[in-house]
Design a protein around this ligand. Structure first.
Ligand code: FAD
Length: 568
């Protein structure tokens, strides 16, 4: 058996190292594309991922004092909110993607891209290990090591099957453009197979049963989109099987769209019922085989039943990528769900590493500990009480340090935490002193109710912009820091902490109707919101090319309907 050999090629300056395992002969190893390390004193930022977070960082980085190395298995950005539209051909796959090289081309910052996946992060030695992603690379997959001064982890998340047996093997997912293309092909597959003369009626019914698991925005939007596709286009082309089509939406909770306002949930549930989409709430999927889905009825004493299906989409939330799990163990975060960062988006437990987007979460527990400590510090005479004025000062300070708290207070439409204290401890107006014990009760209430930022493109994009702006002003803010006073240590923080601004969310429900929930709990449902959805999503495209293609796809669909050819 040929022995394995490790070949190491070091580029002068130590910036890039390439290696590979070879069997008998050492294979040709190329160093990664050229960043001149010789005289170059620029600090190197490595960005992992070209999704919402990574791309928005790259688009907004303007500081020429950095060189940037982008590493992602995907050489494009994909506009994920339109993925459900790709599954049914309402929008074409290429219309919603933009090559990352186009996005970074016009910048005055030195940006290099490598199509590769990061396999391992070594934070101690500031190195990351990567493997090229080029399927057609005749010399095999290349592996290389990149070192960094700053690392930005923006690798998003995995699908989460909750280890349900058979899901990985039998279900579709909707995370990537390829997933949407596969779904589009499978839907047509089902209709063509059900139209074959040899197939029994019973089998046709099974093949044309589309099951959607998960009543979140993705599952709901896909069910709605599929319903429109079937009723507006496919029934005309496959009249023989029209009556046999069924769409079922399975949700383990009591309601669908539970992150939306109750009015939206109620409207969506009623609409689905009217449309004939079979909505099964309280129904938990426990196993999936190639032809059947097994569900446990949570309301019916846990009875398990089998449901034949033709195609299933699994969309029940997100999980952590394996190499991120390894990294979390390395930096002492083994038992967390996502990479914990502070309010400046720095990964806890390592230096100069940032994490943004779906792979990260701001460590709330630490925020709560800090807040309690701030209060203790303000209680100078150790009396256990602060005056209302002192409380207000402290709360102002907390809100400046921890915008999450401010966000929570705003979402509860409270002017400040004194209102919260009044609510919790029933402190009457005009009371001169508030007890720290009351505050602790209030704090635990905030802790339990203050949600992690949602895993959305909106959060990821804003984090990318925030971080780019920090890097753009790194030198300036080093000299004159503008953040709040350091709680531990001297002086001020260089930057203000990350502040999320919620701009609202949409839930397209099919039939040219969309539910919109905008800031201030303003809810609008119906055709007018659909037009708002069209304009917002057209304007949010990352390039004029995408905008033109998406708008023309919508126009084509209005005029000619969706295409049902068995192609990708
Ligand atoms: P992603 O956008 O997933 O990007 C991750 C990047 O990391 C990718 O480029 C990936 O190729 C790369 N990567 C993966 N593994 C590695 C590796 N090992 N090494 C290097 N790079 C790696 N959000 C909204 O705000 N509004 C919406 O309407 C909305 N609709 C959605 C609809 C669907 C169908 C889906 C799936 C999501 C939707 N979202 C929406 C959520 C949104 O897409 C995510 O929150 C967002 O993509 C997160 O951004 P990210 O940059 O963290 O991750």
């Amino acid at each position: 058996k040929a022995s394995k050999m490790l070949v190491v090629v070091a580029v002068s300056g130590g910036g890039y190292v390439a290696y590979a395992e070879a069997n008998s002969e050492p294979k040709l190893i190329s160093s990664a594309p050229g960043i001149d390390q010789g005289e170059n004193k620029k600090k190197k930022i490595v960005v992992l991922g070209t999704g919402w977070a990574g791309t928005s960082f790259l688009r907004n980085l303007k500081n020429p004092n950095y060189e940037v190395q982008v590493i992602s298995p995907r050489n494009y950005f994909a506009f994920t909110p339109l993925l459900p539209s790709v599954t049914c051909g309402t929008v074409e796959a290429r219309s919603i993607v933009e090559p990352i090289r186009n996005i970074v081309r016009k910048k005055n910052v030195d940006v290099q891209f490598s199509e590769a996946a990061c396999l391992k992060i070594d934070a101690q030695n500031k190195k990351i290990y990567c493997r090229s992603n080029l399927e057609n690379n005749l010399s095999g997959q290349e592996e290389f090591v990149v070192d960094y001064d700053y690392l930005i982890i923006a690798v998003g998340a995995n699908v989460n099957t909750f280890n349900t047996p058979g899901v990985m093997e039998n279900c579709h997912f909707l995370k990537e453009v390829e997933d949407a293309q596969k779904i589009r092909k499978t839907v047509i597959d089902c209709f063509e197979r059900a139209s074959l003369p040899t197939v029994s009626d019973e089998e046709k019914k099974r093949i044309l049963h589309f099951a959607v698991v998960g009543g979140g925005p993705t599952g709901v939007e896909f069910a709605a989109e599929l319903h429109d596709y079937v009723n507006e286009d496919l029934v005309k082309l496959y009249p023989g099987v029209k009556e046999l089509v069924k769409i079922t939406l399975l949700e383990a909770g009591d309601h669908i769209l539970n992150m939306f306002d109750k009015r939206i949930t109620a409207f969506a549930e009623e609409k689905f019922q009217r449309d004939g989409i079979d909505l099964k709430t309280g129904s938990m999927v426990v196993k999936v085989t190639d032809k059947e889905i097994f569900t446990k009825e949570l309301k019916n004493g846990g009875e398990v039943s089998a449901m034949p299906y033709g195609m299933a989409l699994w969309s029940t939330g997100i999980g952590t990528r394996p190499f991120i799990k390894d990294f979390m163990a390395q930096v002492g975060q083994a038992n967390r769900r996502a990479l914990a960062t502070d309010e400046w988006l720095r990964v806890e437990g390592c230096d100069k590493v940032y994490a943004i987007g779906d792979c990260a979460t701001i460590n709330q527990r630490k925020v709560m500990e800090d807040i309690a400590a701030i209060f203790r510090k303000a209680d100078k005479d150790n009396s256990g009480t602060l005056t209302i004025k002192e409380y207000q000062e402290v709360i102002k300070d907390i809100c400046e340090r921890y915008p999450q708290v401010e966000l929570y207070l705003k979402s509860k439409q409270m002017k400040n935490m004194v209102d919260l204290l009044k609510e919790t401890a029933d402190v009457s107006k005009g009371n001169a002193e508030l007890n720290i014990e009351h505050f602790k009760t209030a704090l635990s209430k905030v802790d339990s109710q203050m949600k992690n930022l949602p895993a959305t493109g909106q959060v990821a994009a804003q984090q990318g912009v925030y971080l780019a702006k920090c890097f753009n002003r790194m030198e300036q803010c080093e000299k004159s820091p503008e953040g709040p006073l350091r709680f531990r240590g001297e002086g001020r923080h260089r930057f203000h902490p990350f502040r999320y601004k919620h701009l609202g969310q949409f839930a397209p429900l099919g039939g040219e109707q969309t539910a919109a929930q905008l800031p201030g709990d303003w809810v609008s449902i119906g055709h007018s919101s659909q037009w708002l959805w069209y304009s917002v999503y057209a304007s949010k495209q990352v390039s004029w090319r995408n905008r033109a293609l998406v708008v023309s796809d919508w126009g084509r669909r209005f005029i000619f309907g969706r295409d049902s050819s068995h192609l990708n």
